[in-house]
Design a protein around this ligand. Structure first.
Ligand SMILES: *[C@@H]1O[C@H](CO)[C@@H](O)[C@H](O)[C@H]1NC(C)=O
Ligand SMILES: *[C@@H]1O[C@H](CO)[C@@H](O)[C@H](O)[C@H]1NC(C)=O
Ligand SMILES: *[C@@H]1O[C@H](CO)[C@@H](O)[C@H](O)[C@H]1NC(C)=O
Ligand SMILES: *[C@@H]1O[C@H](CO)[C@@H](O)[C@H](O)[C@H]1NC(C)=O
Length: 616
């Protein structure tokens, strides 16, 4: 009995997993591989990408910088940036790997490992001048595989590259520190970060500039007993314009830096995703939202969102873990107007107990989206659809550069499209959204690719195909599936089942040629093999002979096959796709009445087969 229950439970679990994956895998694949991609002149194992505001894409590689014009990608320039010394011969990174390209103090700047002697060069008149600031060497790591983070905000420069400890001992420690800027050059205390791996840093700007915050996202060692995880995803917050502490021995330490553990999962089901992969900061039409991409131990992914207001509220209200003081005049983490400094008792408390008691829970205490894929990068766009509602569209990329387009609809997130933007296999290094143009730029170690989010060619076969896509960027207009950004007027779109295609008859084989791709039934001695491609992965497929159902198919196989013997069932065969309770015929085959000439032939063959079997 117990065993039976266990079997049933297992079955149930399997079923729910497969059900979940039906809806969280992409509905449709767009086979437009590399339509707008361009190969890098040579493979760059540690390529660094920088998208500049003047429609250029810079790619830093090994001793080289490429400059692509995004309007005409074939026109590119290259600049050689060699290591200045080669005294490291025999060691693995004895070249100058470009690790940073960007605008620094108003000039295009390139930084690189420079054969273990990091440095930066400023581009002037198409030539490169070495940057002589002493802090420039803290803008690049010693090898291209080091983990670090750089933040440039206006004329302020921050870096996490390891430096010698404050106490004079020659121990390398990792801090977040300001390298350049008008105010004091502060850094986080020696023990604030515990073997951190940085994911992202960003600036949250407030109307009241004094309240501007820096948020730092990273994973670090867990030394607490509150959870069993060895490493924890964390968010740290500090006041951007703070002036340090009154205390003489922590004069140059960020006195407002505090941190909290981030949680991503579903409170209802108890599924949690403890490993932070990527962060996207959406400065949206209805507010600022942080999207976190996480994974679990089985490499399944989840996306959680956090309102920036909620993060601020958490840091405003939580107590500090381990601290018992409630009598402080100024709460730790308070941004004071410069040049006012944090009182000693407040900064001491923050430095002794930098972690909040409360954790950062995701909006609604649930994931935005989750599935069994392993994604490594995320960007999120917003689009005003035909119904005037604003939709968020998540672009999730795997390490090999495949992209899933996921739409947040009222009844949940739906994975609508699988896009393959690259021609060659390479490791994804870069994905960035231009929210004004609604274009995603991507780069691997071998190739760059441009992905316009309002590309509707994947659904351009019929009105039904177009609206069923539930892609908020696409609508049916003037007999085509077109970008809603480029058309005004009467566009048919059906995101929340609120509109339908006018006088669209049941789609026939002609109007769904996309699915047909020249399939014809193949016959062999009166036996026909009928095939129907199952491209819509959220639908069910079946064959019908008249009203008789002849077989159902699981769309996870790419083809729905039917074998019929014309002798027993002549007539019309339809491949039916059923999606959202409506059925459409995708293609139609008419099998002829068998004629007498084929029958004896068939019998003869049957006889031969039996004879052969007997002889064997
Ligand atoms: C860089 O540009 C030069 C001159 O335009 C060209 O000869 C060379 O092949 C280019 N190198 C690469 C790696 O593209
Ligand atoms: C760059 O070119 C401009 C105009 O030709 C010149 O005035 C300037 O001195 C040059 N700068 C450098 C660093 O060579
Ligand atoms: C947090 O506290 C600051 C300073 O008192 C205040 O300006 C801000 O509005 C507060 N934010 C939230 C979300 O409560
Ligand atoms: C989420 O869960 C935490 C921990 O149980 C709880 O404190 C918080 O109020 C919940 N938030 C929401 C929005 O339900």
């Amino acid at each position: 009995m117990k065993q039976l229950v266990r079997v049933l439970l297992n079955l149930c679990a399997l079923l729910s997993i497969s059900l979940a994956s039906i809806w969280t895998d992409p509905r449709l694949t767009h086979y437009g591989e590399g339509e707008r991609s361009f190969p890098l002149p040579k493979e760059e194992a540690h390529a660094f990408f920088y998208l500049s505001e003047d429609n250029s894409l810079y790619v830093g590689g090994e001793e080289i910088l490429y400059h692509f014009n995004l309007k005409a990608m074939k026109d590119y320039k290259n600049y050689t940036i060699k290591a200045e010394s080669t005294r490291c011969q025999g060691r693995p990174y004895c070249k100058n790997d470009v690790t940073f390209v960007g605008q620094l103090l108003g000039k295009l700047t390139v930084c690189g490992t420079n054969a273990y002697s990091p440095g930066c060069w400023v581009m002037e008149n198409e030539t490169f001048q070495k940057l002589t600031y002493s802090w420039a060497q803290q803008l690049a790591p010693r090898t291209p595989v080091d983990n670090y983070n750089i933040l440039i905000s206006g004329s302020e420069v921050y870096s996490t590259l390891a430096r010698k400890s404050n106490n004079g001992l020659s121990v390398m420690i990792t801090t977040f520190r300001k390298l350049y800027g008008s105010d004091q050059l502060l850094y986080t205390g020696d023990t604030f970060l515990r073997r951190p791996k940085f994911v992202k840093s960003l600036v949250v700007e407030k109307e009241d500039k004094i309240q501007n915050k820096i948020l730092l996202f990273f994973t670090e060692d867990n030394t607490e007993s509150r959870t069993v995880e060895k490493r924890l995803p964390m968010v740290a917050q500090l006041c951007k314009s703070e002036s340090g502490s009154v205390s003489a021995n922590t004069r140059n330490v960020f006195s407002t830096a505090l941190k909290s553990r981030m949680i991503c999962g579903n409170q209802l089901t108890g599924q949690y995703y403890p490993h932070l992969q990527d962060i996207y900061f959406l400065q949206g039409k209805t507010g600022n939202v942080i999207f976190g991409l996480f994974k679990n131990a089985w490499d399944h992914s989840a996306v959680c969102s956090y309102e920036v207001e909620d993060i601020e509220l958490l840091f405003n209200t939580s107590s500090l873990f381990g601290s018992s003081r409630k009598d402080l005049k100024i709460r730790p983490g308070t941004c004071l107007p410069p040049p006012q400094m944090t009182p000693e008792e407040t900064s001491e408390e923050a430095s002794n107990y930098p972690e909040l008691t409360d954790w950062l829970w995701p909006s609604g205490n649930k994931t935005v989206f989750q599935n069994l894929n392993l994604y490594s990068k995320i960007v999120v766009d917003e689009i005003t659809a035909v119904n005037q509602k604003i939709y968020k569209v998540l672009l999730l990329a795997t390490d090999d550069g495949t992209v899933h387009k996921v739409v947040e609809l009222e009844d949940g997130a739906l994975n609508i499209l699988n896009v393959i933007p690259f021609k060659q296999k390479g490791k994804l290094q870069f994905m960035e959204l231009d929210p004004k143009e609604h274009v995603v730029y991507m780069g691997t170690t071998r190739e760059i690719s441009v992905l316009p989010l309002d590309d509707c060619t994947a659904y351009n076969t019929s009105c039904t195909d177009c609206v069923r896509s539930r892609d908020p960027f696409c609508g049916w207009v003037e007999g085509k599936c077109e970008s809603v950004l480029k058309h005004k007027g009467s566009i048919v779109q059906n995101l929340e089942q609120d509109a339908a295609c006018k006088d669209e008859k049941e789609s026939t084989a002609e109007s769904t040629s996309l699915y047909l791709k020249g399939n014809r039934p193949t016959s062999s001695n009166g036996v026909y093999f009928l095939t129907c491609p199952t491209m819509l992965k959220h639908a069910t497929y079946m064959w019908k002979n008249g009203d008789r159902e002849m077989g159902k198919c699981d769309p996870s196989n790419d083809i729905c096959e039917l074998i019929v013997n014309e002798v027993s069932y002549p007539g019309e065969y339809k491949c039916i796709v059923k999606e959202m309770e409506t059925e459409r015929a995708l293609l139609k085959y008419t099998l002829p009445e068998s004629n007498s000439a084929t029958k004896p032939q068939c019998l003869w063959l049957l006889g031969l087969t039996i004879l052969l079997l007997v002889l064997a």
